[in-house]
Design a protein around this ligand. Structure first.
Ligand code: AMP
Length: 281
């Protein structure tokens, strides 16, 4: 596996690597099986002559001043072992200084989708995400980029970015990988104490309840949203939002839930913030 710490190293590697297409999985590291499912999908898409490129970069510009940038886990050696097992070809692992040269001042406006939901709670977050992913795409130049559905708003905004800015990359969204109790795998799950870890299962239980109600014909947005919040709140989490939205516009269904629909949840357990979602058709 090739480990490239600088942009020029990665570009040199990419030029020297033979033929096939490049499939890219951007991450912040602290890799788990959720990332593994994306890398394995990349391997299938790339085939034996293509290149699976993974970036590991904890991007400072997408964290707020009170957020967990400094304490975000960085187990680089473990990450490399995972990536080798998942058959990645190259890891791009730049420093913040490499990605943001002194004086770099440009950023990408995520548009209106960037100021709702997580964008309202984390001002500037999606500007940071769009900016770093645009930079990574300019370095890696992949045919396809694979993102997780777990970060629903993120994958939607990035699809808009590549479309609106005519970037020559296909964006593929991969399903959310879950723990046995349904908790979406996340690098932040390792912040949870054993008690909090048990409580966190309520997020998926609430989403599954909403899906069940919806399948049974319930379309009352207020009842579904109140039911979601109650279930998560009763488990001891602080709900930031629990909403039924249109999956393409993120418009919140206020009265009647229409089809298609995504149930979106953000909640905190102590200082740990968790998000999850479920799309119903
Ligand atoms: P992160 O390292 O948290 O920035 O995530 C890197 C990529 O992995 C993003 O596209 C995430 O949506 C995706 N991802 C994170 N957790 C999961 C999961 N449980 N299942 C599938 N994809 C995931």
């Amino acid at each position: 596996m090739n480990i490239c710490k600088t942009i020029s190293e990665f570009r040199r590697y990419r030029r020297s690597a033979a033929g096939g297409k490049v499939i890219f999985v951007p991450t912040m590291g602290a890799l788990h099986e959720g990332h593994g499912s994306l890398v394995r999908m990349a391997r299938r898409l790339a085939g034996s002559d293509g290149i699976v490129a993974v970036s590991i970069f904890v991007n400072p510009t997408q964290f707020g001043p009170q957020e967990d940038f400094h304490k975000y886990p960085r187990p680089f050696e473990q990450d490399l072992a995972h990536l080798a097992a998942w058959e990645a070809d190259a890891v791009f692992f730049p420093s913040p200084e490499e990605m943001y040269a002194p004086g770099s001042a440009m950023s990408i406006d995520p548009g209106p989708l960037g100021s709702v939901l997580d964008g309202a709670i984390r001002p500037g977050h999606f500007r940071g995400v769009c900016t770093v992913v645009a930079k990574l795409l300019g370095i890696v130049e992949p045919a396809s980029m694979i993102l997780g559905q777990k970060d629903f708003q993120q994958q939607l905004i990035l699809k808009h970015m590549v479309r609106d800015l005519n970037m020559p990359v296909e964006v593929v969204t991969a399903p959310t990988l879950r723990e046995p109790d349904g908790l979406a795998m996340s690098s932040r799950n390792r912040y949870l104490s054993p008690d909090q870890r048990a409580q966190a299962g309520s997020i998926y239980q609430a989403l599954s309840w909403a899906r069940h109600e919806y399948s049974g014909g319930v379309r009352d947005a207020g009842a579904l949203e109140a039911g979601l919040s109650e279930r998560i709140g009763q488990a001891g989490l602080e709900v930031q939002y629990a909403l039924a939205c249109h999956p393409e516009t993120l418009e919140v269904y206020r009265q009647t839930v229409a089809t298609p629909c995504v149930f979106l949840i953000a909640a905190t357990l102590g200082t740990t913030r968790l998000i999850d979602n479920l799309v119903v058709a």
